[in-house]
Design a protein around this ligand. Structure first.
Ligand code: NAD
Length: 262
């Protein structure tokens, strides 16, 4: 039997990037997957790819920053799939740019709406189904920016730190019901989000590669495999934690540059 055989998972922001890779890995582990993303067409086309892996998958147009839309979408998934076992809070926006002195309310509110309130709305919606059935697992995609600062990204960093603590609170509240909550803090991953930022020059890939002991960017599949592990029975005793997956980027010496052998 596969690790997540017949489990039903919701992955937010799963039309591309890390979310899509997580959806693929969940499907390879036997889970049926509901894909949430902003546009129905992209969510459905991702779901069509996932279906080829031999599980059921459906796409839903859901803006996670809209609590009513989130509640309705969770109810629809449970009606379509019969139950819910796994929630992966992945939807995110990058918004690298102005320092605090110039940051607009719009960027602040949008960032918190998607990556903090959105996580809260999805966590709350999931409890309605997971707590009564006395089982389930929620994994939230934070970032190394939740504990390692990034000038020009105060709103992003604030949300990524917040969801680490929200995960701890959720774990403490849900453990008596047999429901676990964990977070993943990826370092720099090769995804459309990174590629857009690298192309516009707001991030410097060469510097990141020099500073990363592993000497490469992360592959979103690696985050997917970690999410599968955290949702599986193998991780039954891991609760309320945030696991970093960054090739050692946040563990380098203070000058930030790794000395490599000839
Ligand atoms: N790429 C990286 O290096 C990296 C590193 C650490 C953490 N992360 C986090 O991983 C997650 C995924 O990042 P990615 O690089 O795959 O990004 P991406 O931009 O490639 O994909 C993000 C997806 O989320 C969707 N989305 C955005 N707002 C949404 C909303 N309101 N409701 C529903 N869906 C929404 C987008 O449409 C898109 O499909 C994000 O939370 C991001 O902060 C990424």
């Amino acid at each position: 039997m596969k690790k997540l055989d017949q489990k039903v998972a919701i992955v937010t922001g799963a039309a591309q990037g890390i979310g899509l890779a997580i959806a693929e890995e969940l499907a390879l582990a036997g889970a049926h997957v509901a894909i949430f993303d902003l546009k129905l067409e992209s969510a459905q086309s991702a779901a069509a790819e996932i279906t080829k892996l031999g599980v059921t998958s459906r796409g839903y147009a859901v803006d996670v920053s809209n609590s009513k839309a989130v509640d309705a979408a969770f109810a629809q998934v449970v009606s379509d799939f019969g139950h819910l076992d796994i929630l992966i809070n992945n939807a995110g926006i990058s918004m690298v740019g102005p320092h605090i002195k110039d940051l607009t309310n719009e960027v602040w509110d949008l960032s918190l709406g998607v990556m903090q309130s959105g996580v809260f709305y999805c966590m709350r919606a999931a409890t309605k189904y997971l707590l009564p059935q006395r089982s389930g697992s929620v994994v939230t995609i934070s970032s190394i920016r939740g504990f390692s600062s990034n000038p020009g990204r105060v709103a992003y960093c604030a949300t990524k730190a917040a969801v680490i603590m929200m995960t701890e609170v959720a774990a403490a509240e849900w453990a008596p019901y047999g429901v676990r909550a964990n977070a993943i803090a990826p370092g720099v991953q090769r995804t459309p989000m990174w590629d857009v930022d690298a192309a516009s020059g707001v991030v410097n890939e060469e510097r990141v590669l020099k500073a990363t002991p592993a000497g490469r960017l992360g592959d979103p599949k690696e985050v997917g495999k970690l999410a599968v592990f955290l949702c599986s029975a193998d991780a039954e005793f891991i609760n309320g934690d945030c696991i970093t997956i960054d090739g050692g980027l946040t563990k380098v010496p203070i000058d930030g540059i790794v000395t490599r052998p000839e």
